[in-house]
Design a protein around this ligand. Sequence first.
Ligand SMILES: Nc1ncnc2c1ncn2[C@@H]1O[C@H](COP(=O)(O)OP(=O)(O)OP(=O)(O)O)[C@@H](O)[C@H]1O
Ligand SMILES: [Mg+2]
Length: 260
Amino acid sequence: MAIEVPLLGGTANRGRVHRVGDTVRRPLRRTTPAVHALLRHLEDVGFDGAPRVLGIDDDGREILSYVPGQAVTAPAPGWGLTDAALRSVGHLLRRFHDAVTGFDPRPHAWSASAPEPFADGGITHNDPNLDNVVFRDGRAVALIDFDLAAPGHPVWDVAGAARLWAPLRDPTDTTDRRRNRELTRLRVLADAYGLDDAGRTLLPAAVVGHHEWMTELVGDGARRGIPGFAEYWTAQARSRAARTSAWLHAHADDIAHTLI
Ligand SMILES: Nc1ncnc2c1ncn2[C@@H]1O[C@H](COP(=O)(O)OP(=O)(O)OP(=O)(O)O)[C@@H](O)[C@H]1O
Ligand SMILES: [Mg+2]
């Protein structure tokens, strides 16, 4: 009998993601056919920075390839927080957005897109969190967990990554080596991604939008009783989210100037 090893680090599917040999088993969702079409497209165009779809197992779970390496799960290891690691996240995101050019999302039912004006222009991962990027030798090699992928503007993913990896939040809420380097790291990410002038103009609003969007999504999940979200969405997490909003608004000009 195959051994099931729980894979930890996620919130939405906590306790329901397992490794079996070289595969990963995850619950199906309404949007799984869309995500599988996307992953198959990525395979067809030779993009190696995402898991492969291998099918559905007898327990009704999706089977994906296990990507060898390590995601940056809490407590975040130092190698995941260097500027070189951040640069590699920018490169990976750019390669992902380039690889989805030419993919037609219209036949599929997706997770909710970003709000306007970020709702189209490509396909976005939407959740480029630390624990959704697999690293090898200190470099990001693959995005995983495409549950929230949807049609969207690429800058939305750069904003999501900046928010979480820089990270763009009140430094009192950053206890690791990234503290007080958030704006420097924002620039590192934007430059590594190769963000164009139009993207740099859109990014400050996208960062605020992404924070509000994710806060709403997590709060909604908690209210609906999704265990991982309900556990995560404590009074402490809610006040941290409010501090992040306040910090983003107070530093809107700094964020914009950093990108010029
Ligand atoms: N295909 C994969 N290859 C390697 N590791 C994986 C893979 N899929 C998941 N993992 C590992 O399992 C962890 C949890 O998986 P996953 O991100 O799918 O869970 P989740 O609960 O849906 O996460 P989230 O809260 O981000 O939605 C990841 O952080 C990663 O460490
Ligand atoms: Mg995840």
